[in-house]
Design a protein around this ligand. Structure first.
Ligand SMILES: CC(C)(COP(=O)(O)OP(=O)(O)OC[C@H]1O[C@@H](n2cnc3c(N)ncnc32)[C@H](O)[C@@H]1OP(=O)(O)O)[C@@H](O)C(=O)NCCC(=O)NCCS
Length: 517
């Protein structure tokens, strides 16, 4: 009896100790499982750790001392038998449920996969429903008619070719300024005239020439807008170089105008240029072709063209282009057409239903467009031209604020805004809020310009959509944080865009066909 009591007492005591100790261990194990891959066994090891301690007690009443030594002498078989018994005796440890926040568990990869499976399944159903309802609407030949009304008249292409006039004007102007044959003030005025003409001329052509299609108009205006931003940057950078030169910097080296450039794709062996050696046709057209809006004398260059990388990007470009066109024809167009009637009748509940229906394909198309443009196309172009800076986007999908989204989803535009607008305004004494409003105003103007002119109607929906980002940014920044902020950004993207799309399409139908049916 005394033996039993002696044996049991410590066992019970050890058991309790082990449970409370195991509690701590169990939390640790849950944390551990977080760092492992999903599906790792939940904290089963606690039992093991405890068992080894517990084993000491039945061997002799004293827990410590040479009991441990005796335990070590036990044969493997005996030990596992004891472990088995102990596991059977106590199967509980102090621990939290995985879904409790106190458990510290955060590996939800399986849930993410489930979301993807559900998404694919529900979209497969939508896809099937669409095919049953409308049949196959994808028609590649129809795409050509979006660009051309008359096969013998290519006004949009001619317009793009004509942009060379403005480009060369900017280059010759800079050459004159470099040698000092015209004053800085005259140079500024002439640049202003040149840049303003770059915006007015294509708009006037598109509005006056009836053979320019809306899609042709968007493409040519897009090219002009990109060139406008590039030439603006070109003029600013060259002016800064002149200022530096005038400030006694006699030796302008390449490293001066392009300090400590990171050669991301290996060390480049391109020769450096310094001002005004950069004012050449080759340099100008290289700048126009590379995927950036900000000029610098010496761009970071990659050492070679990676052919496999190039081919992969090319394949993505071609495939995604087809996918985009197919999705627009098969999914977007019928949904938009079906949305017109509720909008004409101002049937609010049906309008909301149509809006939500349009939100899905619109958002999917936008995401594909993002990848196609910012990853596949820009990387293709950069690889081909050995342009080293490949930061075309950052992790905007994690945005918890609207400002973070705008500063990270389109890096070329954001970089231009910061370098040529935002920071100059700050340095002139404007405060951050005023500078931000000004940047969004300019951005809103260009959004409206790129939509209204090709559609030949001025409704200001795009302008208002962009300006609405300012109060939205304030609201999200002020009231929502973390995942709530991130959800708000996603919601504004998913719902905001189809609202603008429906507004423009509705008005376009009304103007051009008099009715929405
Ligand atoms: C307005 C906008 C430029 C603000 O950007 P932001 O990153 O939120 O601005 P911040 O105030 O955080 O500061 C940006 C930079 O200015 C600098 N800055 C801030 N205050 C400054 C000051 N008083 N003086 C000098 N520099 C200052 C910061 O250091 C920072 O520099 P860094 O980029 O080198 O680190 C950005 O939201 C934007 O680009 N919006 C428009 C985007 C757009 O229209 N895109 C169209 C895509 S289709």
């Amino acid at each position: 009896m005394s033996d039993r009591a002696e044996t049991r007492g410590p066992v019970t005591r050890r058991s309790r100790t082990a449970v409370s100790g195991g509690g701590a261990a169990s939390v640790k194990q849950v944390h551990g499982s977080k760092s492992n891959d999903a599906g790792d066994k939940p904290p089963q090891h606690n039992g093991r750790a405890r068992t080894e301690n517990d084993v000491q007690s039945p061997r002799n009443g004293k827990v410590d001392g040479d009991g441990g030594q005796q335990l070590a002498n036990l044969s493997k078989k005996q030990r596992s038998a004891v472990e088995d018994i102990n596991e059977k005796l106590s199967c509980h440890v102090l621990q939290e449920s995985l879904l409790s926040s106190a458990s510290g568990y955060s590996n939800y990869r399986g849930i993410l996969n489930w979301c993807v499976v559900m998404l694919v399944l529900s979209n497969a159903r939508l896809f099937l429903e669409n095919i049953i309802k409308y049949g196959i609407l994808v028609d590649p030949i129809q795409v050509v008619s979006l660009f051309l009304k008359d096969p013998y008249s290519w006004p949009a292409a001619c317009l793009i070719i004509a942009s060379n006039v403005f480009v060369l004007a900017a280059l010759y102007l800079e050459r004159r300024l470099a040698v000092g044959t015209i004053s800085e003030l005259s140079g500024r005025i002439l640049h202003f005239v040149n840049l303003t003409s770059m915006l007015v001329f294509p708009a006037a052509v598109i509005l006056c020439v009836p053979t320019v299609t809306p899609v042709g108009g968007v493409v040519s205006l897009g090219v002009y807008t990109v060139f406008f931003l590039k030439l603006y940057s070109y003029k600013d950078t060259n002016r800064w170089c002149r200022e530096i030169r005038q400030a006694k910097a006699k030796k302008l080296t390449r490293s001066y105008s392009c300090p400590s450039v990171a050669q991301s794709n290996g060390s480049a062996v391109h020769t450096n240029v310094s001002y005004p050696g950069n004012l050449t046709h080759r340099d100008m057209y290289y700048f126009l072709c590379v995927p950036t809006l900000c000029y610098q004398l010496n761009f970071p260059r990659s050492s070679r063209i990676r052919k496999r990388f190039l081919m992969r990007r090319l394949f993505e470009m071609l495939f995604l282009m087809q996918l985009l066109v197919g999705l627009i024809q098969q999914w977007m167009v019928p949904t938009i057409q079906n949305s017109m009637k509720p909008f004409q009748e101002m049937d609010f509940s049906r309008m909301v239903e149509r809006l939500l229906k349009l939100a899905v394909p619109n958002h999917l198309i936008w995401l594909i467009f993002f990848y196609w443009f910012f990853h596949s196309s820009m990387n293709f172009l950069a690889e081909l031209l050995q342009f080293g800076d490949r930061e075309f986007y950052k992790d905007w999908w994690n945005s918890e604020t609207v400002t973070y989204f705008w500063a990270n989803w389109n890096i070329p535009v954001h970089k231009w805004c910061l370098r040529h607008f935002y920071k100059p305004m700050l340095s002139k004494g404007f405060n951050k809020f005023q500078a931000q409003i000004a940047v969004f105003l300019v951005s809103a103007f260009f959004h409206e310009y790129l939509v209204s002119v090709p559609l030949k109607m001025f409704r200001l929906w795009a302008f208002m959509g962009m300006m609405a980002q300012v109060p939205l940014a304030w609201f999200v920044g002020r009231f929502l944080t973390g995942n709530y902020g991130n959800a708000a950004v996603w919601l504004s993207l998913i719902i905001g865009q189809p609202v603008a799309v429906l507004m423009y399409v509705h008005d376009y139908y009304i103007i051009h066909y008099g009715t929405t049916t």
